[in-house]
Design a protein around this ligand. Structure first.
Ligand code: BGC
Length: 368
């Protein structure tokens, strides 16, 4: 990721996105002054247009929430939501996007199964004048993406790595500490970023001997969890424990999300280990309960309602033919610098859970 000066460039980028949305199905011509750059006119689309949302799967709580919240928030805004999930299968997601194009969607929001595999179908969408917004995950190797809305993925990883270190200091006394590392699904562009962010914090501590990765497995390719599958993570943890820890304690484990964190904890418990320090991601209900019970050490909250809300805000601006707000960042997707609208993730431990979930009655209710 590269920070950049946003003024003029952002206006130009926003203009491109607004214009990109001007020729799809079900549009009305709404001409508005796009702002301060001399009055670029951008057309909007029908206030009740179909908005497609293509989610990768419903296998973790955040995606189930996105499914429900997109349906509700898009309908509240007057649009016709067309929300589908792809069961982690690329061809299924390509087909779903095809059908959204055929239905005349004005905007298609995509959380890609595989960041690199949607180029041709999204180019077809772009050719039809449909705006494409990446949701939660970057869309890679194509020009046909207008913006991405996400929580900072490198930042998320940094928080996970730092939280693991903090938990080790708090729960396991003086180091050195025996740890293992887990990554997420390699097709998901977030997964290597989470790992890179975490390793920026952990690697110096590995180098100075504070942390010992007993298995020696420190490369993303060695530690990734295919398809974010909790069962595969648990199998890997089982073999790490039987192969390297029969006569050693494991003190901590880097986990890329909550489902994998719980799989790691189950495996450690079954191997008769004391509870290792394990971080997570998503603030899933089951993990909040585990944190409150003193098992999982932490999670990182990235509230789905805020991310969906931000996406719907961009869609409303496009509908009105307005320029989009300035992006917070850009990311190189292999073909272009993509505008990123970025929200900040937050670490949650038992100590701050009540404060973090003060406005989330569902999660707050789990803290008892
Ligand atoms: C999301 C995480 C989620 C993971 C697996 C990632 O792209 O950012 O919130 O846990 O996918 O579904």
């Amino acid at each position: 990721m590269k920070r950049r000066f946003i003024g003029v460039v952002a206006m130009a980028a926003a203009g491109t996105l607004a214009l990109g949305a001007c020729s799809g199905g079900g549009r009305t011509e709404a001409t508005t002054d796009a702002g301060t750059d001399g009055g670029t006119a951008a057309a909007g689309f029908a206030a009740d247009a179909v908005i497609g949302v293509a989610l990768p799967w419903l296998g973790t709580q955040n995606w189930k929430e996105a499914d429900e919240m997109f349906k509700a928030q898009l309908a509240d805004a007057g649009f016709e939501p067309l929300v589908q999930a792809a069961d982690n299968k690329v061809p299924q997601q390509q087909q779903q996007i095809e059908s959204m194009i055929e239905r005349g969607a004005a905007v298609i929001v995509v959380g890609p199964v595989d960041g690199t595999q949607l180029g041709s179908v999204l180019e077809k969408a772009a050719d039809a004048g449909i705006a494409v917004i990446g949701y939660d995950r970057l869309i890679e190797n194509t020009e046909a993406v207008d913006a991405v809305v996400q929580f900072g993925s490198i930042r998320t990883g940094e928080l996970q790595g730092q939280s693991l270190l903090d938990g080790l200091a708090e729960r396991k006394g003086e180091g050195p500490y025996n740890i293992e590392l887990f990554g997420g699904g390699p097709a998901d562009p977030n997964a290597p970023n989470f790992f890179t962010g975490a390793m920026s914090v952990l690697q110096p501590k590995i180098d100075d001997g504070t942390l010992v990765v007993v298995s020696g497995q420190t490369q993303f390719t060695q530690v990734a969890t295919p398809d974010w599958d909790n069962a595969k993570a648990q199998t890997r943890m089982d073999s790490l424990l039987s192969g390297f820890y029969s006569d050693k304690e494991i003190d901590g484990v880097l986990s890329p999300n909550d489902g994998i964190a719980r799989a790691i904890l189950t495996s450690a418990e079954q191997a008769g280990q004391d509870v290792p320090v394990v971080d997570g991601l998503d603030a899933e209900n089951e993990s909040i309960v585990s944190i409150w019970a003193g098992k999982q050490w932490s999670t990182v909250a990235k509230p789905t309602d805020l991310l969906v809300g931000k996406t719907v805000e961009l869609i409303k601006a496009l509908q009105m033919g307005e320029a989009l707000p300035a992006p917070d960042d850009t990311a190189d997707n292999g073909k272009k610098q993509v505008d990123i609208y970025q929200l900040d993730p937050v670490v949650v431990t038992k100590a701050n859970a009540q404060e973090v979930f003060a406005n989330d009655p569902g999660r707050l209710a789990l803290l008892k």
